[in-house]
Design a binder for this molecule. Structure first.
Ligand code: SAM
Length: 396
């Protein structure tokens, strides 16, 4: 979509973006062109100015995107059922914990806790690691209202927990926010995409890719670099390994579960996927203009699940399952939950049917989104992967 037809941000939001642009220009003038990962880190996370660090709305109406837990509580209720299986397998003398990474509006936490309460399986504590102060306030307001009795057992963190987790670590649509490096193949060479300035305007430039990055990229590609068509563009996430290592180090016993959009390596770097997966989201419009109001729009890239499986394996975690969102939800009893919920009036039923379609149809979220789980010190077959498990498509 052309950015010329995008809604114009409010004046106070424009001022935040202008301050961020000034900080970006200052850094470029001081150190030279920025790698794309550094640009993404600044526009998403620069304290007080970045998309996740400042106060833009992000979710729901007037926000920029909608996630599965925002579409339907059915998503979080299924997720809760998966957590219940894991929590039930942990000794009662341990502090049974759910740690949610990046809790957005807090809706997923509220729906997970409501379902765990209905299943009589509430954890001893529910931890939320949230980098956005604004979202943290919204989560606290929602959970204080929705779960008043349990609220004292919910704890917010700004960093990974010091005490080990016995239980579940879950994250929906968080991995796609990690900064990525972009590359272009030109004349059979790998070039790194950089962000520079031309007459004070931001621009994309490319330079020869440093050897350490180039070897990491060529190891991932399905074909030798020279066989890709000129202009082939894609990305990879150098931050993934260190981030997964930090998450994995928190888990002493239990499950680590990620749900997100993404692909296995062969599909991610398929020669036909010539423009990569980078996407910007602003007020429910998806586009690829990375310099559109820096700090006011989300920038994301799809998750490369093979790299995730490798990173988790390096930390001693066991791959416990990998499947599409549709198969995962159905394995966790989506159809039973729907059958229990159809008592409402006709309008409610139509809404419910629409939610199920959005969550499961292949052209919607059903195939593009995947669920992947890892375990430590836990030898159980996770219910979420009972129907289909595509783990054989990942490095073991
Ligand atoms: C796209 S939202 C998803 C929110 C929620 N999980 C949902 O599905 O509705 C991304 C969330 O991850 C948080 N986040 C972004 N980067 C993060 C990071 N490096 N560590 C932890 N949380 C992060 C954001 O503040 C936000 O809450």
């Amino acid at each position: 979509m052309s950015v010329a037809r995008m809604p114009v941000p409010a004046e106070d939001a424009q001022a935040v973006s202008q301050d961020l642009c000034a900080a970006l220009r200052k850094e470029i003038r001081a150190v030279g062109d920025l790698s794309f990962a550094r640009y993404m880190e600044l526009v998403l996370y620069e304290p007080g100015l970045g998309y996740y660090s400042a106060g833009s709305r992000k979710f729901g109406e007037g926000g920029d995107f909608v996630t599965a837990p925002e579409i339907s509580p059915l998503f979080s209720r299924c997720l809760a059922r998966q957590c219940a299986q894991v929590l039930a397998a942990i000794d009662r003398d341990k502090k049974r914990t759910v740690l949610e990474l990046g809790a957005g509006s807090g809706r997923m936490a509220a729906d997970i806790l409501a379902e765990l309460s209905a299943l009589d399986c509430l954890p001893d504590r529910y931890l939320i690691l949230e980098v956005s102060a604004d979202l943290r306030d919204r989560q606290q307001a929602r959970l204080a209202a929705d779960m008043p009795g349990y609220f004292p057992s919910i704890e917010w963190l700004v960093d990974f927990p010091a005490s080990p987790v016995h239980g579940c670590i879950v994250a929906n649509e968080v991995l796609d926010a990690l900064p990525i490096e972009r590359f272009i193949i030109s004349d059979g060479e790998l070039l790194q995409v950089m962000v520079g300035l031309e007459d004070d305007h931001f621009c994309l430039r490319s330079r020869e890719m440093p050897a350490n990055l180039a070897s990491r990229v060529s190891d991932r590609l399905s074909l030798p670099v020279a066989k890709y068509s000129p202009g082939y563009t894609s990305e990879f996430c150098p931050a993934l390994g260190p981030w997964v290592a930090s998450v994995a180090s928190c888990l002493e016993e239990g499950m680590l579960l990620f749900t997100d959009y993404g692909l296995v390596r062969a599909d991610y770097y398929h020669p036909d996927r010539a423009d990569g997966t980078l996407m910007c989201h602003y007020r429910h419009r998806a586009h690829d203009e990375v310099f559109f109001w820096p700090g006011l729009q989300d920038i994301t890239a799809w998750v490369e699940f093979s790299a995730l499986a490798e990173a988790a394996g390096d930390c001693g975690l066991e791959l416990a399952g990998f499947t599409t969102q549709a198969h995962w939800l159905l394995s966790l009893g989506l159809d039973q939950l729907v059958a229990q919920s159809v008592a409402g009036d006709r309008k409610d039923q139509v809404e419910l049917a629409q939610q199920v379609k959005t969550l499961t149809l292949p052209g919607e979220m059903g195939e593009r989104f995947k669920a992947i789980a890892f375990t430590r010190e836990m030898d159980i077959a996770l219910h979420g992967f009972a129907m289909r498990d595509f783990s054989d498509r990942l490095p073991q």
